[in-house]
Ligand binder design. Structure first.
Ligand code: FNR
Length: 189
C-alpha cells in the first residue's frame, strides 16, 4: 500500500475534481491510500515568513515528506491552474534547496465541464512540477469532462469504458510509485 498525498485544486464541497479524486481513490482501494491535503488555510507565499514559518506551512511540508507519492487533481481556471494550488506548490518548494517535492513520484488529473478536459491547466502543471522536483508520470493522462451522473453518489464511475481506463491509470501510477519507493503498512485514519 502506498500513501498518496492528494491535492485538489478546488475547495467547493461539490467540486467535480474532488469527486474525480474520490472515484480514483475507490478504484485504487488496496493499492493506494489517499490523504487529502488541506490547502485553503495557507497564507499567500511570502519569503519573509520563513523567519517564523506558519504552522500550516510546516504541517504541509511534513505531510508531503511522509507521503510515498503526490497526486494533483485540478480544475482549469482561465487556461491555467487555480492560484490556491500554485500557492500550495510554491510553499513546500522552499527554502531554496529544501524542497520536499524532490524525487516524489507524482501524477496529475483534472475535471471540467468544458470539452478541453483541463488540458491547458495540466500542461502548466507539467511544466511546474518537474521544476520543484516531482518525478511526474507522463502517461496515461486523465482529461475528465464532468457530466451529471458520470460519477455516482458512491464515487463509482458509471461509464464502463472510462472505468476500465481509469483502472489502467491506477495500475500504472502504482507501478510508477514502485519505481521510487517500497510500500508502507496502511495507516488507520
Ligand atoms: C473556470 N472554468 C473553466 N473551465 C475550463 O474548462 N477552462 C477554463 O479556462 C475555465 N476557466 C475558469 C475560470 C474561473 C475563474 C472559474 C471559476 C471557472 C470552469 C471550471 O472548470 C468549472 O467551474 C469546474 O467545475 C471547477 O472545478 P470544480 O470546482 O467543480 O472542481
Amino acid at each position: 500500500m502506498y500513501r498518496v498525498a492528494v491535492f485538489v485544486g478546488s475547495t467547493r464541497p461539490t467540486s467535480s475534481n474532488l469527486k474525480l479524486a474520490k472515484a480514483l481513490e475507490k478504484l485504487a482501494a488496496g493499492k493506494l491510500q489517499f490523504q487529502y491535503i488541506k490547502i485553503d488555510n495557507l497564507p499567500f507565499y511570502d519569503d519573509a515568513l520563513w523567519n517564523d514559518p506558519p504552522a500550516e506551512v510546516m504541517r504541509l511540508k511534513r505531510e508531503i515528506a511522509a507521503a510515498d507519492a503526490v497526486l494533483f487533481v485540478t480544475p482549469e481556471y482561465n487556461r491555467s491552474i487555480p492560484g490556491i494550488l500554485k500557492n500550495a506548490i510554491d510553499w513546500p518548494s522552499r527554502p531554496f534547496g529544501e524542497s520536499v517535492w524532490t524525487d516524489k513520484p507524482g501524477a496529475i488529473a483534472g475535471a471540467t465541464g468544458g470539452v478541453s478536459g483541463t488540458a491547458a491547466a495540466q500542461a502548466h502543471l507539467r511544466s511546474i512540477l518537474p521544476v520543484v522536483g516531482v518525478a511526474l508520470m507522463g502517461r496515461p493522462e486523465i482529461y475528465f469532462q464532468s457530466r451529471p451522473g458520470a460519477i455516482d453518489d458512491d464515487h463509482h464511475i458509471t461509464d464502463e469504458r472510462l472505468s476500465t481506463n481509469l483502472n489502467i491509470w491506477v495500475e500504472r501510477f502504482t507501478d510508477w510509485i514502485g519505481m521510487f519507493t517500497k510500500p508502507q503498512q496502511a495507516v488507520e485514519e
